[in-house]
Design a protein around this ligand. Structure first.
Ligand code: HEM
Length: 415
């Protein structure tokens, strides 16, 4: 928090970097469009994704199917220290495949493992340092080649290209089997609308844009949810008392043999508080995406000139002692009142950011975190391997995201 700014109540400390004179945000966006295709056409996408059930109960059946497969796979991994199974990645990818392309892969399908490797590689290359160029858009023009290489820019562009080829192929298959009266998924809906918009000079719809949107959903929506789940399992293993409280409530509310559903969610306050507290404490996306001031702006007595890059510091809002009783500790009570009911969320709790560009996947991600974690905790107990204490410090090799260190955990089937 720069000196003189009020605490995280309004939540947007500025780490701004001015564009060098002569380079406008419009120029920068044009360069990005030339490189990556059009930017996310957010309003159309949000409306259609909602129709397809993103974050709504109509998607629950598909997610519940993934939950069942996940529980079955975790059964095969019980009783010995080992990394959190890869089936978790597959389940989360399958949810996005369902929405975008009505595809589902089995956990042992080689194709989904290759795709998972591609997404992890892309995420890794992005967060290794390329993101710095997003924060300081003028940096590439003065960056020596060794720095660009070190920050993984070439590797990132290579991964983006591989993802683009993959998605274009799926889009091609969709086009060949498209029935305009029966759209199956987001790709179909977009292709139908794109055709309807043909000849409209205002339209920004194109195959390249669709490809970029689908890629955005995978890159923004899979590793984020996956890594939050991983943090969750590690924290619950490290804090067995908290885990036991969550399990007790699940057992009180949901009959054994029945998976927890969205209807049970309001009663499972212990789990909800744990999910909130994990996203607060780990602040997976500590600094949000880069934005820019569209006009000269006054904020808390500071002048922010048009064109300043603005980077919200969500983690600082999550660790602000004025707002959190135990800012550095795992304390689900931050979100619970004395009767165990959920407290209203504080305004500086911002894991998905805030405002017009708030994460569009928040509802979906919260639904997945709840459905996956509740079913896993109903069926298993997670614990620290003997002699191998869990290390809950962030992985120092991850520069941009707060990711857990890879480590073993013990999964035990509940009686
Ligand atoms: C725990 C999981 C997740 C976290 C912590 C998270 C967090 C965030 C944050 C902080 C932003 C930046 C918002 C801003 O620019 O101010 C963002 C943007 C975005 N997220 Fe998420 N996200 C998660 C899951 C998802 C999911 C499941 C999807 C979709 C399937 C998704 C899609 C996106 C997209 C497309 C953007 C860019 C939006 C835009 O620029 O208008 N995210 N997310």
């Amino acid at each position: 928090r720069p000196k003189g700014l009020p605490p995280g109540e309004w939540g947007w400390p500025v780490l701004g970097a001015l564009m060098p004179s002569g380079v406008t945000i419009e120029d920068h966006l044009k360069t990005l469009r030339r490189k990556y295709g059009d930017i996310f056409t957010r309003r159309f996408a949000l409306r259609q994704l909602k129709e397809l059930g993103m974050g709504k109960s109509s998607l629950m059946d598909a997610i519940q199917y993934e939950v069942t497969c996940l529980v079955d796979d975790f059964m095969k991994h019980t009783g010995r220290p080992q990394p959190i199974p890869m089936s978790l990645n597959v389940a989360i990818l399958n949810v996005i495949w369902k929405i975008t392309a009505d595809i589902r892969y089995d956990v042992d399908d080689r194709k989904v493992h290759e795709f998972n490797d591609l997404i992890t590689e892309l995420f890794e290359n992005f967060q290794r340092g390329s993101v710095i160029f997003d924060m300081y858009p003028w940096l590439p023009s003065i960056s020596p080649p060794f720095l660009t290489k070190y920050l993984g820019v070439d590797a990132l562009l290579e991964s983006v290209e591989k993802l683009r080829v993959y998605i274009l192929q799926v889009m091609g298959e969709h086009e060949a089997s498209l029935n305009p009266d029966k759209p199956r998924d987001y790709i179909d809906i977009y292709l139908i609308e794109m055709k309807a918009q043909q000849g409209n000079p205002e339209s920004t719809m194109s195959k390249l844009d669709l490809c970029a949107q689908v890629a955005d959903l995978f890159t923004a929506g899979s590793e984020t949810t996956n890594q939050t789940m991983r943090w969750g399992l590690l924290f619950l293993a490290k804090y067995p008392d908290v885990q036991a409280r969550v399990q007790q409530q699940i057992d009180d509310v949901v009959p054994r043999g029945t998976l927890p559903s969205l209807e049970d969610k309001p009663k499972l306050t212990q789990l909800e508080a744990v999910i909130h507290e994990i996203s607060r404490l780990v602040s997976l996306v500590p600094l949000g995406l880069s934005h820019a001031a569209a006009a000269d702006t006054q904020l808390a007595g500071f002048t922010i000139p048009k064109g300043t890059v603005i980077i919200p510091n969500q983690e600082m809002c999550h660790k602000e002692p004025t707002y959190w009783e135990k800012p550095e500790e795992f304390y689900p009570e931050h979100f619970l009142d004395s009767e165990g009911k959920l407290k209203p969320r504080k305004k500086n709790y911002l894991p998905f950011s805030i405002g017009r560009r708030v994460c569009p996947g928040e509802a979906l991600s919260r639904m997945e975190l709840y459905l996956f974690l509740s079913a896993l905790l109903q069926n298993f107990t997670f614990s620290e391997p003997e002699g191998e204490p869990l290390d809950l410090k962030r992985n120092p090799n991850a520069l941009f995201f707060n990711l857990p260190k890879p480590q073993n955990i013990v999964i035990t089937k509940r009686a």
